[in-house]
Write a protein that binds this ligand. Structure first.
Ligand SMILES: [Zn+2]
Length: 166
């Protein structure tokens, strides 16, 4: 069961530019490979683009947790990368992961924390590892039922970390 939210209802969405879209695709694939969606109990997000409308890099649309909708501001992301002299790939990835953290907070009823979401994004970028705050029990993440299910955060993180180094 998912939602029928369309970003067009609230935003002037535009098509992505090809360069940015390539980084977005790479990020979504990377997150899948590291089982981030599964570990957060979220589905792959839907990405929409605006151009200079958000006054910030991105926004997770509240309430879309069943299929997280993330709005990326092309202008802000490009300017942010330039201003801080950061690779576009880094800005795109950390922005998406940050917003995904908010989707997770939304899905678990936690208050949004900018600090935690940012730590989560940075940690994943640098170490390809998730912070414990954002891991949920594997049983809730609908893992393969035949596999032995871990039930504690520590066990979940153990699994996530072992996979990362394969
Ligand atoms: Zn945030």
């Amino acid at each position: 069961m998912t939602h029928d939210y369309q970003p067009e209802w609230d935003y002037n969405t535009v098509g992505p530019d090809q360069h940015l879209a390539a980084h977005v695709r790479a990020t979504l694939t990377l997150l899948s490979r590291y089982h981030v969606y599964q570990s957060l109990g979220l589905s792959r997000p839907r990405i929409a683009y605006v151009n200079g409308e958000l006054n910030r890099l991105a926004k997770y649309v509240d309430g879309t947790k069943t299929e997280p909708v993330i709005i990326l501001d092309i202008k802000e992301i490009r300017e942010g990368a330039k201003r801080y002299n950061l690779p576009l790939a880094l800005v795109v990835e950390t922005t998406i992961v940050h917003e995904l953290a908010h989707a997770f907070e939304d899905s678990t009823g936690k208050d949004y924390s900018e600090k935690s979401a940012e730590e989560f994004a940075e940690r994943f970028y640098h170490f390809r590892e998730m912070s414990p705050r954002y891991a949920i029990p594997v049983s809730k993440a609908k893992r393969h039922p035949q596999k032995k299910q871990a039930t504690t955060r520590t066990q979940v993180l153990g699994i996530v970390q072992r996979r990362q180094w394969k």
